[in-house]
Design a binder for this molecule. Structure first.
Ligand SMILES: NC(=O)c1ccc[n+]([C@@H]2O[C@H](COP(=O)([O-])OP(=O)(O)OC[C@H]3O[C@@H](n4cnc5c(N)ncnc54)[C@H](O)[C@@H]3O)[C@@H](O)[C@H]2O)c1
Length: 334
């Protein structure tokens, strides 16, 4: 079997992880890398490097990763779609919903496969949470709550914390609940700037489910939490600790005033199957999809564009103070 010839554009934090991941996986050859910064290119002496991505595409590639700042994703995505090269595009797919849908349209028209790098779906506690919710054995899903806090990385310069981090959570809740987000209320604050560095939002999913979100990059610790309130208790996925915990609901004492069926009780750690790192899972899925195995588990361009449109609505909601509907797909592209 021939190996897939793969390249990565953008050799910062994410691009370097992609490059090392691809280089270590069977069935894939890392054949080229591109970055505008000579120091970034020099850090990979064993792989041919390029500044001119058009020249790199002429090498003949089976797939390519875009891991440049989000404002540049559209430029490279349209070039790759036009060249017929399957692509994995880092999140956020684009800084605006309109740009994200243009990328979707370009790959759809060209009939070229592409996916978005929402790696959080591939974290072991999140993958198991999704599996458990899908079994139906936890009963009705009542509410989702997400929290993503940490210090500012110093790298993301073109978007704020909502498009950088909170977008992971709007993607996660929609995927976990199996419903699109229809509207958003939100507050954000610019402390260091130039964009918001703290954001709090409530999203309303089709059918009325509420998801509450907080993300910031002003915290001197790293927390990554997704809580799913269900009729059978709360499941807490902590992707920093790598744990999934079940706090079962037990009937409260009569007249206690507790929400029916809810009282403090025990907590149980749920065993997690050993799972490869999220970037590895993503490239395994990409490889298998391109080699003809069933496409499953990668985040589609439509899902990536929906996450951008939701985050865009969040920023509008924060600036207007109004509950804001998530824009339907651009009418011209419907
Ligand atoms: N999936 C995840 O978990 C995850 C984690 C981190 C970052 N990301 C995403 O990856 C992307 C890059 O983020 P990062 O943290 O690696 O940023 P970074 O600043 O570390 O790296 C960006 C790289 O792109 C290069 N670059 C900038 N403009 C370019 C251009 N026009 N052409 C070619 N190269 C260019 C820069 O020189 C730099 O090496 C962003 O979209 C970010 O949101 C995703």
């Amino acid at each position: 079997m021939n190996k897939l010839r793969t390249a990565v554009i953008g050799l910062g934090w994410a691009g370097t992880v992609h490059a090392h991941t691809v280089a270590a996986l069977p069935g894939i050859d890392l054949v080229a890398l591109a970055d505008l910064d000579p120091a970034k290119r020099a850090a990979h002496p064993d792989v041919p490097t390029f500044t001119d991505v058009e020249a790199m595409l002429r090498l003949g590639l089976d797939y390519c990763v875009i891991a440049t700042p989000s404002a540049t994703h559209e430029h490279y995505a349209l070039a790759l779609a036009a060249a017929g090269i399957p692509t994995l595009i880092e999140k956020p797919l684009a800084p605006t919903g309109a740009a994200a849908w243009r990328i979707h349209e370009a790959f759809t028209q060209a009939r070229v496969f592409a996916a978005v790098g929402h790696t959080e779906r591939h974290q072991a506690p999140i993958a198991e949470l999704a599996r458990l919710l899908n079994t139906g054995s936890f009963g009705e899903l009542w509410q989702l709550t997400t929290r993503r806090q940490g210090p500012y990385s110093g790298r993301i310069l073109d978007v704020g914390v909502a498009l950088d981090l909170l977008i992971h959570d709007v993607d996660l809740v929609s995927w976990l609940a199996g419903q699109p987000i229809e509207s958003v209320t939100a507050s954000t604050r610019v402390l260091a700037g130039p964009y918001e560095d703290t954001a709090t939002a409530t999203t309303v999913l089709r059918g009325g489910l509420l998801a509450h979100h907080h993300a910031d990059w002003i915290s001197p610790f790293k927390h990554r939490i997704v809580q799913a309130h269900t009729a059978a208790g709360v499941l807490v996925a902590d992707t920093v600790a790598g744990t999934l915990t079940h706090h079962p609901n037990t009937a409260g004492p009569a007249g206690s005033g507790a929400f029916p069926g809810v009282a403090c009780g025990d907590a149980y750690a749920i065993a997690l199957a050993k799972r490869a790192a999220p970037f590895t899972v993503e490239h395994q899925l990409m490889r298998d999809a391109l080699l003809g195995a069933q496409v499953c588990g990668l985040v589609s361009l439509a899902e990536g564009a929906a996450a951008v449109a939701t985050t865009e609505a969040l920023l509008t909601a924060a600036s207007t103070g109004l509950a804001t509907p998530v824009a339907a797909r651009q009418p011209a592209l419907a």
